[in-house]
Design a protein around this ligand. Structure first.
Ligand code: ZN
Length: 269
């Protein structure tokens, strides 16, 4: 069974000769790195949508240094007991978490709109299916996935429900209330608490909450790690440049990460 569908006509894609083709003659190249580009021109809001190469590089360095390893382990502990065969990771980036899930789930699709991130992922981890694609219309077969994950990424609720098997699971991870509080204080002066629970309301149309956990851990960041964290987070775009520069002068900076991990299950309609 093909797991992928054509983003133009929604029929099954099959692998033929270094490309993916549907019965209606639409064809999508498989890149030399092994990922498939299923992003349509009309789905691009800019020439290079998603995270740019500098953000991707900063995130890769930060994650590879292990600063978010407790989160990666907590997410894996939630998913491993589900004995899943198929997982779709929406907004996979360069595949840091996706790769961890592949330690216990045999068939994984990582999807991201940012080509530079997916290129990196595909180079490093050739055994996963990597897609450059929009999350608004998932190019994945109905009822084929056991788990759909979205870590700090879009949550296309109806599409997630469509691609999941009956009673499939969704893992959503978001920043919790006090995430990076002291860092945000330095950037903005006044800080508002994140409200991860607001996503549960949207999800309630198709999913019921099974488990919710909060995870908090300290971050002791040398200067380069702090710079990487700033470069990979969307906060920075809203901060005054002088605040960011002042913050980046710290040879060491202490803050605390806080995450909300939400595991939900598809409800029958
Ligand atoms: Zn087609």
């Amino acid at each position: 069974m093909s797991l992928l569908i054509c983003p133009l006509c929604r029929t099954a894609l099959t692998h033929q000769n270094k490309s993916q083709r549907c019965a209606n003659g639409h064809s999508f190249d498989v890149a030399k790195e092994g990922y498939i580009n299923l992003l349509l021109v009309q789905q691009k809001k800019s020439k290079e949508p998603g995270d740019n190469p500098e953000m991707v590089k900063a995130r890769r360095e930060f994650l590879q240094a292990g600063y978010y390893q407790p989160l990666c382990e907590a997410a894996s502990l939630l998913l491993a007991p589900l004995n899943a065969q198929y997982l779709l990771d929406i907004g996979c980036g360069e595949g840091y978490y996706t790769q961890a899930f592949s330690q216990f789930i045999p068939h994984i699709i990582g999807l991201d709109i940012a080509k530079p991130a997916v290129q990196l992922a595909a180079k490093k981890h050739p055994n996963t299916t990597w897609l450059v694609a929009s999350s608004a219309l998932l190019p994945v077969t109905d009822g084929s996935m056991d788990i759909v994950s979205s870590l700090f990424s879009p949550i296309p609720v109806a599409e997630m429900a469509r691609v999941l098997k009956t009673q499939g699971y969704v893992l959503v991870i978001r920043a919790a209330d006090t995430h990076l509080w002291t860092m945000r204080e330095a950037l903005f002066g006044e800080v508002r608490a994140h409200q991860p629970d607001k996503f549960l309301e949207e999800l309630a149309t198709h999913f019921e909450l099974v488990q919710q956990h909060e995870l908090r851990f300290d971050l002791h960041l040398p200067q380069q790690a702090l710079k990487n964290l700033l470069a990979m987070t969307p906060y920075v775009w809203k901060a005054k440049p002088e605040c960011r520069l002042a913050l980046e002068q710290h040879p060491n900076f202490n803050t605390q990460a806080a995450f909300s991990l939400m595991l939900l299950r598809k409800v029958l309609h």
